[in-house]
Design a protein around this ligand. Structure first.
Ligand code: MN
Ligand code: MN
Length: 287
């Protein structure tokens, strides 16, 4: 874990040593080189962490789990990256180390392109892995502006490599022809906002990964994103997906928070709340 920037007074080696079966590892991935429009998400992990630890906000999940005293919750700090495509190797190997120790990854992006290297690591550990994506956009284009690793393309790469058994896409309200062709090609399961609420919410009968793009929420709840798309999910609806989606949650990422677009830190608090609730679910702490 020498790639990690030290966090607080804990040394990284002592963090890594305590990673074991059933622990949850929070990992910041400050990377936004694959954003198509503008940067910002690379600044997100420290901003989310600051909201998480602000005195105005408790570390209790809604199920009553106190992450502040939970010995199985480890904040590993942020990866040290160059913000270049070559970073994908470091991102994948950090996720692989966490997975190999039997810990569950909770990554804070970063732009959505990081889900591809993260999934390469986790898919090796979890055959038949399903994936639940919360997002305004399908992010399944073959490429954008010639970049096949764009934040508009991670799910194309993931599906091409057969890393997952199913992709269920929730919150979708942007369906351009390049995305629609790929949805057809890969058979991803889209639950578009025009049909919300759907007759059946997503369900998995085995392990699944949650990839949470903050622009899946309505910008009224989460304005701090690069691509604001009105007509999205309420915070409570995303929390219900986190709490209630059947299946075994084995890893997650929370991506696309852009502090440069935020309004009075509202979205940082939403992201911190989602970190807490996802961590509690990963620790199998239920109501
Ligand atoms: Mn999006
Ligand atoms: Mn996305």
């Amino acid at each position: 874990m020498h790639l990690l920037r030290t966090h607080g007074k804990q040394s990284l080696d002592s963090c890594a040593e305590r990673l074991d079966l059933g622990a949850v590892a929070l990992l910041g991935v400050p990377f936004d080189a694959n954003s198509s429009y503008r940067g910002g998400p690379a600044l997100a992990p420290p901003a989310i962490r600051a909201a998480l630890h602000s005195g105005a906000f408790s570390l209790f999940s809604e199920s009553g789990l106190d992450l502040g005293s939970e010995s199985r919750f480890h904040d590993l700090g942020d990866l040290v990256l160059c913000n270049r495509i070559e970073d994908f190797h470091a991102i994948e190997s950090a996720a692989a180390e966490i997975a190999c120790r039997g810990s569950r990854l909770l990554a804070m992006g970063g732009d959505h392109s990081i889900t591809y290297p993260l999934l390469r690591a986790l898919a090796a550990k979890h055959p038949g892995l399903g994936l639940l994506q919360v997002d305004a956009h399908p992010d399944i284009r073959d490429e954008q502006d010639g970049n096949r690793y764009s934040h508009a393309s991670p799910f194309a790469r993931i599906l091409e490599e057969g890393l997952i058994s199913r992709l269920v896409q929730v919150g979708i309200r942007f369906l351009s022809p390049p995305n629609l062709r790929q949805i057809e090609r890969f058979g991803s399961e889209v639950i578009p906002m025009v049909d919300w609420p759907p007759p059946n919410l997503p369900a998995f009968d085995g392990p699944f990964y949650l990839s949470l793009d903050l622009d899946g929420l309505d910008p009224a709840f989460a304005p701090g994103v690069t691509h604001r798309e009105p007509g999205g999910l309420a915070t409570r609806e995303v929390l219900q997906l986190i709490h209630r989606t059947p299946g075994q949650l084995v890893g997650a990422d929370i991506v696309e928070y852009n502090p440069e677009r935020d309004v009075d830190g509202i979205t940082a608090v939403v992201a911190a709340k989602l970190v807490k609730e996802v961590a509690a679910r990963l620790l199998h702490h239920h109501h």
